[in-house]
Ligand binder design. Structure first.
Ligand SMILES: Cc1cc2nc3c(=O)[nH]c(=O)nc-3n(C[C@H](O)[C@H](O)[C@H](O)COP(=O)(O)O)c2cc1C
Length: 382
């Protein structure tokens, strides 16, 4: 009797887990599973060029039930775009040849791949091992996103156009190299997010002011990318309330404000929103259990990706850095949200970093074999 009950429960769980492995179909993007590898900067690309080991690292996840890989942040071609000379770049012959090889290896499986295109803005250090050491950090108002002090100059209109062109050029290369989509990094306190956030955007021209004014730069980036890639190529846009060093920060405080924020981005040409939160189950606003991804899907009508602490037992606390060891646990809440249609896709970061076969082990009931996340998961590239 007890054994029978156990079997039923296991069968139920196995059937529910299949929710994560249903194909995703959108007119611009079809995926074999709902699991996305979250973008994770690894700093294993000397001189901005991802090596052969990087290609094998992505391939290991691609061949084990991941539907879409969103690569680590890769910088666009503007002198101040990077924070570290081991951060990959998405421009220049050698780097683009390396990205082509990554794309080719991933495409030998059923998995799709999108580069995350990024400009770090004022998050660029002033010294250290950075490309173009003479180039100062740039941002909407020259405000450092960590200290919130003015340490640089505001971007000119010409610089804004130059950065938009750099995103467009990288996206054009992504199409040419055979990538399946691009993701624009608009989250976590980097350049585009510095325009969104009122603490780092004090401009009084058309790129500042109210929430809609502060989305203008992002919209121009998206429009430039759209023009470069054509109407049928998917553009994914990542945004977050939280910023590195300011985990409690908020761009919007209500569903109404979120709708106001999303509308211009939709009009500019975003196809999929990647809603970055630190715990996928956390409610976006008080008084309603719906997550940021859930609200974004409801208000924009676009497919959404959620993320945050999947497969980790100890969800991150408000002020805890992302790199933190935590063992794995069950997925009940995630499956409930998935079956309620709260989001279309789920990104998995640290759990997939620790164990390239994480998705496969989840699917086939081999949870006890999962390698838990630890410091080692970050320090080596496997
Ligand atoms: C080592 C590491 C590097 C990261 N780098 C990026 C990045 O380049 N771009 C980005 O948008 N998010 C980045 N993130 C955030 C992840 O994409 C993800 O949102 C976060 O880790 C939460 O997901 P998880 O709980 O499944 O790890 C990074 C996270 C980690 C742990």
């Amino acid at each position: 009797m007890m054994q029978g009950m156990q079997t039923n429960r296991n069968e139920l769980l196995i059937r529910d887990v299949e929710l994560l492995f249903r194909p995703f179909r959108h007119r611009k993007l079809s995926l074999v599973s709902r699991i996305v590898m979250a973008p994770m900067s690894r700093y294993f690309s000397p001189d901005g060029i991802p090596g052969a080991e990087m290609a094998r690292y992505y391939r290991r996840r691609a061949e084990r039930q991941v539907g879409l890989i969103i690569t680590e942040s890769a910088t666009v071609d503007e002198a101040s775009a990077s924070a570290d000379s081991c951060m990959p770049q998405f421009h220049g012959g050698a780097a683009l040849r390396a990205w082509k090889q990554i794309c080719r290896l991933v495409h030998a499986t059923d998995c799709k791949i999108a580069p995350q295109l990024c400009h770090v803005g004022m998050a660029r250090p002033r010294s250290g091992d950075i490309p173009h050491p003479g180039a100062p950090p740039i941002g909407p108002s020259g405000i450092d996103p960590l200290s919130l002090e003015k340490t640089g100059e505001a971007m000119s209109r010409e610089k804004i156009t130059e950065v938009c062109d750099a995103f467009a050029s990288a996206a054009r290369d992504a199409v040419r190299l055979g990538f399946d989509a691009v993701e624009i990094q608009g989250a976590h306190g980097f350049l585009i997010d510095q325009f969104f956030w009122k603490e780092t955007n004090k401009r009084t021209d058309i790129y500042g002011g109210d929430l809609v004014g502060r989305t203008r730069f992002a919209c121009e980036v998206v429009q430039s990318v759209r023009k470069a890639v054509g109407s049928s190529f998917p553009i994914i846009f990542r945004f977050s309330q939280w910023k590195i060093g300011h985990y409690g920060a908020r761009l919007v405080n209500s569903p109404g404000e979120l709708a106001e924020f999303l509308r211009p981005l939709c009009e500019a040409g975003v196809d999929v929103f990647d809603c970055s939160v630190r715990r996928h189950g956390e409610p976006a606003f008080t008084g309603n259990p719906l997550s940021l991804a859930g609200w974004t899907r409801l208000l924009s009508g676009k497919p959404v990706i959620s993320v945050g602490s999947v497969g980790l037992s100890k969800p991150l606390s408000a002020e805890q850095p992302a790199i933190e060891a935590a063992p794995t646990v069950g997925l009940e809440q995630l499956l409930r949200q998935m079956s309620a249609g709260e989001f279309d896709l789920i990104s998995v970061g640290r759990a997939l970093l620790a164990d390239a076969a994480w998705a496969e082990k989840i699917r086939y009931g081999r949870e006890e074999e999962i390698i838990p996340f630890s410091e080692r998961s970050v320090s080596r590239l496997y």
